[in-house]
Design a binder for this molecule. Sequence first.
Ligand code: ZN
Length: 204
Amino acid sequence: MIGFTRGAAPSVLTPSRVQSWTARWVQRVGTRATSADFQWPTVDQRPLRDHLVGPLLALTADHCAYCDGHPIDDTQTPQVDHFLPKVRHPEHAFAWANLYPSCSACNRAKGDHVTEGALLRPDEPDYAFERYYVFDRRDGVVRPNPGASPADRERARVTIATLGINAGNRPKRRVAALLRAERDPDALLDDLPYRFVVADARGA
Ligand SMILES: [Zn+2]
């Protein structure tokens, strides 16, 4: 939800590793593997996933790339989400640009939905929360920015729906986060969940 700039891939993703992991997964998908069959390869006795979580969370200051929840999953390890689903797009399964740090709620909501073209990437050029969305302080709901172009509004609508951004108690949690932030105006923005609820007020 908050824009970020993606740097170069971490050193664990060498081109030759990526190429061989990808080739193997593409072949498995060709023989009808499902996303449940996906396993991270092992590097230095640890799953690749463990090597990627740190560099991914550094991009978002420990926030979910999609809903800006923070900290991600107190009780679970953060998810490494494949933006283009790994079965529909096996050729991107190990591509750095296709991996996002995600909370389990967003990861689950997104699932294997077909998201090409519409779903917003927070690191795409010219992305900014306020370009696409407005946050309603009264009910905690995130809505497409009524001042945006029709195409941008549609992308916002698809993204909100696909990720379940207004599902369940999420709006309530954002209002609570806003109230907490207002009680503690000195808190660092990156220490807060849902940074967009206060980013405007703080000129961030
Ligand atoms: Zn999330």
